[in-house]
Write a protein that binds this ligand. Structure first.
Ligand code: 5GP
Length: 206
């Protein structure tokens, strides 16, 4: 079977732990590439330009939109976030599974533009646990936490648009769950039409 890269969207409530899961996935396996988004929000402590995000001014971001350098973008809590096109295309072309860690509006745009994309939604085991994690992260003000809890209510409305739910209770289990879903996805018949045609030809002795 061919090993064409899959475009994978990972969303989840802010505080669901999706960032940690993705980092761990990349550490364990070498078939993944993580797309680094552009954003107009300020860097948080410890965030590095080009690693967590490409930090842009609003003007710079709007230029990227105009030049069609983003495959999708959205506004989230008063800032722009978008996925740079070049890296995604390069990595898919060399057979990597490319992960976009993006929110609902962006995920829906990707589904429209790339019907073969795989959409995963990461959720904590309960709403109570989500709040606990947001508070204990300690990087956000109470106001931002409330904003994000309200946004989580909105994002839960879009959960049905995703292909799989991944419950992040124990990190290790969750990382392996995600990897297994993606491995299984590579075997889907719709991703292997050419393989089917080839084996049919071989069977007929062509
Ligand atoms: P944060 O500010 O916590 O880093 O990210 C806020 C939200 O924006 C998260 O849900 C994150 O997944 C989402 N996000 C990050 N990059 C992108 C992007 O390129 N496009 C879209 N649509 N959402 C993004």
């Amino acid at each position: 079977m061919n090993r064409q890269g899959i475009l994978i969207v990972v969303s989840g409530f802010s505080g669901s732990g999706k960032g940690t899961i993705m980092k761990e996935l990349l550490r364990r396996y070498d078939n993944y590439a993580l797309s680094v988004s552009a954003t107009t929000r300020q860097p948080r402590e410890g965030e590095v330009e080009g690693r967590e995000y490409f930090f842009k001014t609003r003007e710079e971001f709007e230029k990227m939109i105009a030049k069609e350098e983003l495959i999708e973008y959205a506004r989230y809590v008063n800032h722009y976030y978008g996925t740079p096109r070049a890296y995604v295309e390069e990595q898919l072309a060399v057979g990597k599974d490319v992960i976009l860690e993006i929110e609902l509006q962006g995920a829906l745009k990707i589904r429209d533009r790339f019907p073969d994309a795989l959409l995963l939604f990461v959720t904590p085991p309960s709403a109570k646990e989500l709040k606990r994690r947001l508070v204990s992260r300690g990087t956000e003000t109470a106001e931002v936490i409330e904003q994000r809890m309200r946004r989580a209510v909105e994002e839960s409305e879009g959960m049905e648009s995703y292909d799989y739910y991944v419950v992040n209770d124990v990190l290790d289990t969750c990382v392996e769950d995600v990897h297994r879903i993606i491995c299984a996805e590579h075997g889907r018949s719709m991703r292997n039409r050419e393989f089917a045609e080839q084996i049919k030809r071989e069977l007929k002795g062509e």
